[in-house]
Design a protein around this ligand. Structure first.
Ligand code: DHY
Length: 326
């Protein structure tokens, strides 16, 4: 299927991805990973929950960790332009038959909890508590010096359908991988904020979260993180990279947190704000689409993902063939 024409006047205006809420089994272990090793800043915490932000972020949190018996993802959250756009989002999801709920979320104004076409929990809000800037408090920079959350990537059983749904709510495709034989999408990168992606979709058992990415200042910060992780007990948490992606042209590293939630450290993609930007097509058989330098991704990268809370992913949701890249 060809990718859809961009929907330049969506039913409501999403600005960008905002934050992710992870269920984690051991808050102390997760803090050692996200705060002491990666360098995210704690903005609030109690015995069961930790709120984190990255160095450039003015909103209260880009990640919430809550104590849980099993690892899971509670929801993926997006910021809309203003309160009227939030009401439009509510009305649109309701009109499409998706469940809608107004939920209480600390440090956020009115928040809409709903689901996408695969029942993946997504939330929208327009207002979050603002914090003083810390991007020039250089004494606070640690770890990989994470600047901001950059994107989500989700495993879905049918990438064409996912692109269709998210295109309706305004996400525009920047790059995609097509299976030459079936002409089906194998993966697609879609954005609202003017980078390569806010949310990408990868063919696989789903919906599950493949990874959450953080933007860092330079590739050298990634090398420093590798040196740190490999000498502080995290060598087996390093999964793929470092390398340069073909798709997005970003410098990357994939690591796994103590519960197996995958984090991508991501540096330097390109601007995509033009409404008439042509999406870039890649052939599934081209090994350089993943890593420009040719190194293949490990098997775990195609198979391992985080489940959403309460969302059973059965065999029937296996992605279409070929589920694993050649
Ligand atoms: C790719 C994956 C990403 C990303 C950009 C490009 C391509 C790939 O390795 O399959 O997660 O952020």
């Amino acid at each position: 299927m060809p990718i859809p024409a961009p929907n330049l006047y969506p039913p409501f205006n999403i600005i960008r991805l905002s934050h992710v809420d992870f269920g984690v089994r051991d808050l102390a272990a997760s803090k050692a990973f996200y705060v002491d090793t990666l360098g995210l800043q704690i903005t609030d915490e109690d015995d069961s929950t930790v709120y984190l932000r990255a160095m450039e972020e003015r909103g209260h949190h880009c990640m919430v960790l809550h104590k849980s018996t099993e690892p899971h993802v509670k929801a993926l959250s997006f910021k809309v332009f203003d309160e009227s756009e939030l009401d439009k989002a509510h009305d649109w999801f309701k009109s499409q038959g998706h469940g809608v709920d107004w939920v209480e979320r600390p440090y956020q104004g009115r928040t809409l909890a709903t689901h996408d076409h695969l029942s993946m929990p997504i939330e929208f809000y327009f207002k979050m508590e603002r914090l003083p800037p810390i991007h020039q408090k250089y004494a606070l920079y640690k770890g990989v010096k994470p600047l901001r959350i950059d994107h989500f990537n989700c495993f879905v059983p049918n990438v064409d359908e996912a692109v269709g749904f998210y295109n309706e709510i305004g996400f525009r495709v920047t790059e995609y991988t097509e299976d030459e034989e079936s002409k089906r999408l194998w993966a697609a990168w879609t954005h609202r904020k003017g980078g390569v992606h806010d949310i990408a979709f990868t063919n696989g058992t789903g919906p599950r979260l493949h990874h959450t990415a953080f933007w860092v200042p330079t590739p050298l910060n990634i090398i420093d993180l590798l040196d740190l992780m490999s000498t502080t007990g995290y060598v087996s948490n390093i999964e793929r990279g470092p390398g340069r992606h073909g798709i997005s042209n970003a410098f990357f590293l994939y690591i796994l947190d103590p519960d197996g939630h995958r984090i991508e450290i991501y540096c330097s993609d390109y601007q995509t704000v033009d409404p008439d930007l042509e999406a870039i097509r890649w052939d599934l058989k081209d090994p350089q689409r993943q890593t420009l330098w040719g190194a293949p991704a490990p098997k775990s990268w195609f198979e391992h993902g985080s489940v959403f809370d309460g969302l059973d992913v059965s065999e029937s949701n296996l992605g279409a063939s070929p589920i694993i890249a050649p």
